[in-house]
Design a protein around this ligand. Structure first.
Ligand code: 13P
Length: 248
């Protein structure tokens, strides 16, 4: 299979203010050349999306959202934000099923799938997150959990799709799996997708930083990364992007 264009995405989670969007032009300046061969995406909190998209205009950087409503049509849903509204604000991608949403907000595979479907309807590319907890890994249940999450969370409608493998035990701490553990899960996800477009990119996420990015990008089957903390500042995020072999 031909190599897929890498995607390196920053998930700002519930951090930042409008003033922090000044990181966008700085990042564009640093990674402009690399962004021709790597899709570089920033997913700020929803209230900053339109301004982020405006700041990214005329740069190769892409803007995405962190969640969307499962309802595709405009409807009376106080507090919800539809995928169509995100697209209207300038988003091209939307993260769905992040483990923080699955855990804190009790999102089920079925809900994540509905959100991914709504994203496709609005012309957005869903980034569907999957990953096991420490307990599930210790119990030898990684494949069972990943198989269920992939099988039941990804959209049934064919369309552009990204999957992010984010082991829950690696998010927000310091631990990362070994490159061979990452490759093992990515290959398993690829097998689980069998028959579905080989153009689905599989990202790794969980404590990616400038120090470990090169090793992670070197692991076979890794098509990019979903970065949390280290995506907030152009200094660290640009160092991660420039560590990708496709950047040079
Ligand atoms: P950290 O990179 O801060 O560990 O977060 C990973 C993550 O959850 C990205 O979606």
């Amino acid at each position: 299979m031909a190599a897929l264009k890498p995607l390196i995405a920053g998930n700002w989670k519930m951090f930042g203010r409008q003033a922090d969007l000044s990181e966008i032009p700085v990042l564009a300046e640093r990674v402009g050349e690399a962004a021709k061969s790597i899709d570089v995406l920033i997913c700020p909190p929803a209230p900053m999306l339109a301004i982020a998209a405006w700041r990214a205009k005329d740069t190769p950087l892409l803007i995405g959202a962190q969640d969307c409503s499962a309802a595709a049509l405009d409807s009376p849903r106080t507090g919800d934000v539809s995928a169509a509204m995100l697209a209207d604000a300038g988003a091209r991608y939307v993260i769905v099923g992040h483990s923080e949403r699955r855990t804190i907000f009790g999102e089920t595979d079925a809900l994540v799938r509905a959100k991914a479907e709504a994203a496709l309807t609005a012309g957005l590319t869903p980034i569907v997150c999957v990953g096991e907890t420490q307990g599930e890994r210790t119990a030898g249940r990684v494949e069972e959990v990943i198989c269920r999450q992939v099988g039941e969370s990804i959209p049934q409608t064919r369309g552009p799709l990204v999957i992010a493998y984010e082991p829950v035990w690696c998010i927000g701490g310091a631990a990362t799996p070994t490159p061979s553990q990452i490759t093992q899960v990515h290959s398993f996800i690829r097998e689980t997708l069998a028959g579905r477009g080989g153009d689905t990119r599989i990202l790794y996420g969980g404590s990616v930083n400038p120090g470990n990015a090169g090793e992670i990008f070197g692991a076979p089957g890794v098509d990019g990364a979903l970065v949390g903390r280290a995506s907030l500042k152009a200094d660290d995020f640009s160092a991660i992007i420039l560590a990708h072999p496709a950047a040079s």
